[in-house]
Design a protein around this ligand. Structure first.
Ligand SMILES: Nc1ncnc2c1ncn2[C@@H]1O[C@H](COP(=O)(O)OP(=O)(O)O)[C@@H](O)[C@H]1O
Ligand SMILES: N[C@@H](CCOP(=O)(O)O)C(=O)O
Length: 321
C-alpha cells in the first residue's frame, strides 16, 4: 500500500483550517499508488484527494505539477484541480511533508483494458498535448535517454540475479537506443506515466487522468509509445494490434502524428519499455523487504522491450495509412 506518512485527525483539521471547504466528515488512506501518500477526505464541501508528497517528488518542482493540473483543468481537460487555500496558495505542509488538496475524479481505472479504453486514453493524451501548447511551465525529464544508463549502472551485474542475462541485454539495448533515438520531433509537456492505473473511465468513456508527477518536457510521440506499452499488451505479453490501432486512432482524432513521428514509433516503444524496465529493476533491488509498497515486476516491461526489439515497421502497431 502507499500511505508512507500517516496523519492524525488533529493534524488534518489544522491543515484544513486554511481552506474554505467546510467541516471534516471523514478521511481514510488510499492503498493504491507507489510514489506518494494519498487520502480521500470527505468534507461538507465534497470529496477531495489529499496528497502528501514523499521523497521522490522534489518540493521545488511542485509548482510545475500543480500549475500543470490547474492549466489543464482550466482548458476543460478532466484531471484533478488543485484547491486553493484562503491565501491563494495550493501547496502546504502536513506531518512534515509538502501536501496539497485536489478535486476528486469520478470513475475507475480499467483492470482489463478493452480497445475502447485504448481509444479513450489515446484521444485524452492527444488533447493534453494540444492543451499544453500555451502552458509556460517547463520540467526536464529526469528519466530520459541520458539518464537510463546511469540508472542501470546503479544495478549493474545484480540485474542477473533478477533475470539471467539481463545485465548484458540491458547494455545492448541501451547501446541501440543511444544510436537510434529520434531528434527534432514535436515536443512539449507530456504525462510520461499514462498507465491504466492513472486513467479513469465511467464504462468505456474516459472520465479523467491523474498522477502528473512524472510530467515533463519530452517528445509527444514518446508519450504515445509509453501508452502503447502500458495498454496494448495482453497478460501473456503479446502485443494486441487491435488495441494499438484503437489507441493510435483515438490519438489521431485530436492530433495527427507526423510521418517522422510514425517512423520513430518502434524506437520510442523500445525506449519506453526500457525506461519502465529499468525503474522497476532499480526498485526491485533497492526496496527493502517488508516496505509498505508493492514492487512492480521488471519482467513485464522486459517482455515489452523484447517484443519491440524485433519491430521495424510502425504499421505493426496498428497505424492505418
Ligand atoms: N483526483 C483523484 N480522484 C479520485 N481518486 C484519486 C485521485 N487521485 C488519486 N486517486 C486515487 O489514489 C490512487 C493513487 O493515486 P496516484 O496518484 O496514482 O498515487 P501515486 O502518485 O502514489 O502513484 C489512485 O489509484 C486513485 O485510486
Ligand atoms: N507506472 C509505473 C510506476 C509508477 O507508479 P504510479 O502508481 O505512480 O503510476 C510502472 O508501471 O512501472
Amino acid at each position: 500500500m502507499a500511505v508512507y506518512t500517516d496523519i492524525t485527525e488533529g493534524q488534518l483539521r489544522a491543515f484544513l483550517s486554511d481552506y474554505d471547504l467546510g467541516e471534516l466528515l471523514s478521511y481514510r488512506g488510499i492503498a493504491e499508488g507507489v510514489e506518494n501518500s494519498n487520502f480521500i477526505v470527505h468534507l461538507d464541501g465534497g470529496e477531495f484527494i489529499l496528497t502528501l508528497y514523499e521523497k521522490r517528488v522534489n518540493e521545488r518542482e511542485l509548482p510545475f505539477f500543480v500549475g500543470l493540473m490547474d492549466h489543464l483543468a482550466g482548458k476543460g481537460f478532466s484531471c484533478p484541480r488543485p484547491v486553493q487555500r484562503r491565501d491563494g496558495g495550493a501547496i502546504g505542509h502536513l506531518a512534515g511533508r509538502p501536501a496539497a488538496m485536489v478535486t476528486f475524479l469520478e470513475g475507475v481505472w480499467p483492470r482489463e483494458p478493452l480497445p475502447a479504453h485504448c481509444e479513450g486514453v489515446g484521444e485524452a493524451l492527444a488533447r493534453m498535448h494540444c492543451d499544453v501548447g500555451d502552458f509556460a511551465g517547463r520540467r526536464r525529464n529526469g528519466l530520459s535517454l541520458c539518464d537510463w544508463r546511469p540508472l542501470f549502472e546503479q544495478v549493474g551485474e545484480r540485474a542477473d540475479d533478477v533475470i539471467a542475462g539481463l545485465a548484458a541485454e540491458s547494455r545492448a539495448m541501451l547501446d541501440r537506443l543511444e544510436e537510434e533515438w529520434p531528434q527534432d520531433l514535436p515536443s512539449g509537456v507530456i504525462h510520461a506515466d499514462a498507465f491504466p492505473d492513472n486513467v479513469f473511465f465511467l464504462g468505456d468513456r474516459f472520465s479523467g487522468m491523474i498522477d502528473f508527477y512524472f510530467a515533463c518536457n519530452d517528445l509527444f510521440a514518446y508519450d504515445v509509445a509509453i501508452a502503447l506499452n502500458a495498454w496494448c499488451f495482453d497478460a501473456d505479453h503479446r502485443f494486441d494490434r487491435q488495441k494499438g490501432a484503437a489507441l493510435l486512432a483515438g490519438y489521431q482524432r485530436a492530433r495527427a502524428l507526423s510521418d517522422a513521428e510514425k517512423a520513430a514509433l518502434p524506437a520510442l516503444c523500445r525506449g519506453a519499455a526500457t525506461r519502465f524496465m529499468l525503474t522497476r529493476l532499480y526498485d526491485w533491488i533497492h526496496t527493502p523487504d517488508g516496505a509498505t509498497v508493492t514492487k512492480k515486476d521488471p519482467a513485464q516491461p522486459l517482455a515489452w522491450m523484447r517484443h519491440h526489439a524485433g519491430v521495424s515497421d510502425p504499421g505493426a502497431y496498428g497505424l492505418s495509412e
